[in-house]
Design a binder for this molecule. Sequence first.
Ligand code: AMP
Length: 316
Amino acid sequence: MAPAAAHEPEVIRDKAAMRAWSRRRRAEGKAVALVPTMGFLHEGHLSLVSAAVAAAAGPVAVVVSIYVNPSQFAPTEDLATYPSDFAGDLGKLAATGAVAAVFCPPDLYVRGSAGHPAAGASGGAVSCLEDAGGHAHETWVRVEQLEKGLCGSSRPVFFRGVATVVAKLFNIVEPDIAVFGKKDYQQWRVICRMVRDLDFAIKIIGSEIVREADGLAMSSRNVHLSCEEREKALSISRSLVNARTAALNGNNHSQQIKDQIVQTLEEAGGQVDYVEVVEQESLTPVKRIDRPAVICVAAWFGKVRLIDNIEIQTTS
Ligand code: AMP
């Protein structure tokens, strides 16, 4: 007897089959919980599965989607080198014993003709979707204020792509619950706002960041760091923890905090994309940390762009 086989997730590739599967689970009286990912799974992703189970009041069917979404990558970004290991991912999900289905569509977009003016070789394409002939797709979800700033400044099509693909996944999977990591803090807030503004009847869970023992936030992209770069990248989490300690001890001027973090990251050899201190919900910059805030960082170490953040809850 192989008890683990009972927990092998069902692999679903087709949109209509996915929707039908979800409806059957709901007819059985189960809530459906969705964990959207781009694969190359690590403990951070698996923690979202646990959070999905914990969020459900009763019986739940957890669906993990694995889809590297071309519309959130600019043609200059790392879509082509984004790591993948589908067999490994399936093994990890099966080992949790908590995942009922894995949704891994070959493509989620309707593709158009190659003769479109924006077609091919990045000629005017704003994302890898247009670049690869995705011209038949022209409907986008934009969360207009929250998508600006932070990652939105250096990745102008990123949140358009994220909000749109998550809306598509919500329409295909029809979940009751969806879980996102606070590692991608702005993404989580963008999705919360989209759900509120567009009346999706879905409970969104924000789940805490999972870190390596030495503090590095887990990320699929960490695999591209050399040992040396990885060591240097620890400056991100260390500077964030130091900043929080300082803020809670009264050194709460955002500019000083940002300057200190930038200095630490640059001394470690990182190239800073941004360091910002913002309100937790609106993501608007704050001058002092005198209300719940979050410090968000994006920095390059070698060819890898890493993001991280730390929440600070103040009472004063
Ligand atoms: P990704 O596969 O990178 O698109 O991530 C899929 C989901 O996993 C997103 O909601 C991420 O925020 C979440 N996630 C990624 N890394 C972590 C982490 N270290 N801790 C918690 N959640 C994470």
